[in-house]
Design a protein around this ligand. Structure first.
Ligand code: 6PG
Length: 466
């Protein structure tokens, strides 16, 4: 019997997705460009329905038609070379899926190129890391809707489930699935940075130990902050380094890595003209963190306020930090979803924001109870311009903005760098202000470049001889 699907690329993610498909009753052909990973896959793992191939032709020919190939290879030029190697072996109607973190511009191009050959290309945003791939990731597939229908039963089976509903939904045309995954990662960066700033405040300003912060985070994970990132951070903080006996977080160098999806989200926000400032600050925070040597030198030479540890009112401050984090999250997700909304309009994608929030509830890195509230906000009214204006989040923001403000002010008075907390507050205050100050910019532009301006009291375009 022919195989129902082929998985090309057997790194951790590809191998785990293949196993997930096997555990869900698929007959899976596996192939890797080099045989070592195929051997590693088979070493200690056996399944009656796995069919390993060491030759691309036999891999492709082992598949039932229309052939369905799930590529899980490193994003970038490798994706193109894999596609090129597959094309001569495929027939019109066959389907290639790309599950990597590909740039959506590339996915749009690949969709078009393959369409010309009659081959369907489905961009599949995959989130959830190695564990998610094995037990149920969140999936964001896009491309031709009829082609999607042919792979939907497999993708929906392997996806995470929440309330019995698969965390997988058809996103929209061409590369929109990779786009949705990209902005998911931008939100992920912001969420991670916000949690980091809460940690820094509790540690440096309130003087809590790592162990105490682990307990605080664990308790927050039982509230409206419940999320995968909150959960793993509290767990991370309990881990000790066997060599030194210190908390693991104290022996990990404070230079954050990144593979680019957060940066792409910010680049896209600039292209769209949307203020995703918190998401972007989280990328810059990683860049700033990477300047370890310079920061260490500057610490000795640049002055700032002395950090005074607060021993009093700890409980009250812990509560402020909790609310600051929640408020920061509301603003960050509001920015991410606003970016989706703008992209949907500008790229004519008709993204369903409520559905996107629903598929993020399980499997993915930003999974959180909070996404139910986001989904409800859009299900209640698809036209919501910004989540901050949805009644639920408006109420929460009105309750919690003062905590964010307190934490930012206290942090700044003590010389703490809180890029995402402060960006969230600036965004919030800017967004709720009908008076932005941009009249000064318009006047300056008109002064030096005769760029003209509009007036508050009459229609038209004006220029002043300054
Ligand atoms: C996910 C993650 C995943 C990956 C990030 C890491 O949703 O499963 O987002 O895709 O962990 O790309 O990104 P950085 O290396 O850029 O932090």
């Amino acid at each position: 019997m022919k195989n129902t699907i082929g998985v090309y690329g057997l790194g951790v993610m590809g191998a785990n997705l293949a196993k997930n498909m096997l555990h869900n009753g698929e007959r899976v052909a596996i192939f890797n460009y080099t045989r070592d990973l195929t051997d590693a896959f088979l070493d200690g793992y056996s399944h009656p329905e796995v069919s390993a191939h060491f030759n691309l032709e036999s891999f492709v020919h082992s598949l039932e038609k229309p052939r369905k190939i799930f590529m899980m290879v490193t994003a970038g030029p490798i994706v193109d070379s894999v596609i090129q190697s597959l094309i001569p072996l495929l027939e019109p109607g066959d389907i290639i899926m790309d599950g990597g973190n590909s740039d959506f511009h590339d996915s749009n191009r690949r969709y078009q190129q393959l369409e010309e050959q009659g081959i369907h290309f489905i961009s599949v945003g995959v989130s959830g890391g190695a564990e998610g791939a094995l037990h149920g990731p969140a999936l964001m597939p896009s491309g031709d809707p009829d082609a999607y229908k042919q792979v939907a039963p497999i993708l929906e089976k392997i996806a995470a489930k929440v309330d019995g509903k698969p965390c997988c939904t058809y996103i929209g045309p061409a590369g929109s699935g990779h786009y949705v995954k990209m902005v998911h990662n931008g939100i992920e960066y912001a969420d991670m940075q916000l949690i980091t700033e809460a940690y820094l405040f509790l540690r440096k300003k309130l003087g809590l130990t790592v162990e105490e912060i682990a307990t605080v985070f664990k308790s927050w994970d039982e509230t409206e902050l419940k999320s995968y990132l909150m959960e793993i951070t509290s767990e991370i903080l309990t881990k000790m380094d066997e060599e030194t006996g210190k908390p693991m977080v104290d022996v990990i160098l404070d230079k954050a890595g990144q593979k680019g999806t957060g940066k792409w989200t910010s680049q896209d926000a600039l292209d769209l003209g949307v203020p995703s400032s918190i998401l972007t600050e989280s990328v810059f925070a990683r860049y700033l963190s990477s300047l370890k040597e310079e920061r260490t030198y500057a610490e000795q030479h640049l002055t700032g306020p002395k950090l005074v540890k607060d021993e009093a009112d700890k409980e009250a401050w812990i509560q402020f930090v909790k609310e600051a984090l929640y408020m920061g999250k509301i603003c960050a997700y509001a920015q991410g979803f606003y970016q989706y909304k703008s992209a949907s309009v500008q790229k004519d994608w008709a993204l369903d924001l409520g559905e996107i929030a629903l598929i993020f509830r399980g499997g993915c890195i930003i999974r959180a109870d909070f996404l139910n509230d986001i989904s409800d906000a859009y299900k209640g009214n698809q036209e919501v311009t910004n989540l901050l204006l949805a009644p639920f989040f408006m109420d929460k923001a009105n309750q919690m903005e003062s905590s964010l403000r307190k934490v930012v002010i206290k942090g700044f008075e003590n010389g703490l760098s809180l890029p995402c907390f402060s960006a969230a507050l600036s965004f919030y205050d800017g967004y709720r202000s009908s008076d932005s100050g941009a009249n000064i910019i318009q006047a300056q532009r008109d002064y030096f470049g005769a760029h003209t301006y509009e007036r508050v009291d009459k229609e038209g375009t004006f220029h002043t001889d300054w």
